[in-house]
Each structure stands twice: as C-alpha cells, then as structure tokens.
Write a protein that binds this ligand. Structure first.
Ligand code: IDP
Ligand code: MG
Length: 137
C-alpha cells in the first residue's frame, strides 16, 4: 500500500467538480484516507511549492493556488502515486490524454485542476505538510 497527496485546485473547486474528481479516485481503486477543504495562505502556498521557487511561473502559481479554496486529500492504494498521476493527465491539459482529470476539467497549464505528488519522497513530505498521522486512516 502506498500513499500520495492530491490537491483539487481552486479552478476545479470553483467549477463544482470536487465530487466528480474524488469519484475518479474511488472508482479507480484509490481510497480517500484523509481529506479537507481549506483556503491556503500565501505562506502555505510558497512553502508547499518551494521546489518551484526559482521557476518563472512561481509567482503566478502561488497567486492561483490562493485564489480560492482547495481540497487536499491523502490517496491510498497499490501504486497510488503513479495511478494518481495517470488519472491526472499531463501538466498542460491540451496535452492530457482523453478521459484524464485534466483533459476533462482543466482550462490551461496555470489552472490545471489537480496536483499530485511526483515521488515517494515528495509524497511523504507533502502529506506531512497537511495532515497528522491521526487524521489519516
Ligand atoms: P505537475 O503539477 O504536473 O506535477 P509541475 O511541473 O510540478 O507539474 O508544476 C507545478 C505546477 O506549476 C503545474 O501543475 C502548473 O500549475 C504550474 N506550471 C508548470 N509549468 C508551468 C508553465 O510552464 N507555465 C505556467 N505554469 C506552470
Ligand atoms: Mg509536480
């Protein structure tokens, strides 16, 4: 069993597709081990995306991530990390495979509906950023 962190980003929350996205996870063998809707502060978003702090799009990414509430979840299952990345689709929704979350719900590379951890190491850090062990089951 593996755990990964998912974020439903402000664009998808604003569109009212929280339930549809969580259903993609549950329908594909990923258990929702923890979940919370919340408004990120600027400090939260800057710390969460610190690995991207030198990228040219960092400022826009932080502004976008605090533009409205998000839903953070821990997904659990066999190969949860890669499975979630497959369900998400490519970072740029224009390149995302048909039937993926980003192809179906995202507008562009800035507002691309979901985040998913990209490595086991980052998943552990990202899960601990949002949840204590007693909130995960
Ligand atoms: P990922 O979300 O598919 O893992 P990353 O490369 O980790 O993609 O980038 C993090 C987020 O930063 C993306 O989801 C996207 O919202 C934003 N981003 C990445 N590349 C660009 C870009 O070239 N322009 C604008 N935003 C970008
Ligand atoms: Mg990433």
């Amino acid at each position: 069993m593996e755990r990964t962190l998912s974020i439903i980003k402000p664009d998808a929350v604003a569109k009212g597709v929280i339930g549809k996205i969580l259903d993609r996870f549950e329908s594909n063998g990923l258990k929702i081990a923890a979940t919370r809707k919340m408004q990120l502060s600027r400090a939260d978003a800057e710390a969460f995306y610190a690995v991207h702090s030198e990228r040219p799009f960092f400022g826009d990414l932080v502004d976008f991530m605090i533009s409205g509430p998000v839903v953070v979840s821990v997904l659990e299952g066999e190969n949860a990390l890669i499975k979630n990345r497959q369900l998400m689709g490519a970072t740029n929704p224009k390149e995302a495979e048909a039937g993926t979350i980003r192809a179906d719900f995202a507008e562009n590379i800035d507002a691309n509906a979901v985040h998913g951890s990209d490595s086991a190491e980052n998943a552990a850090v990202e899960i601990a950023f949002f949840f204590s062990e007693r909130e995960i089951s």
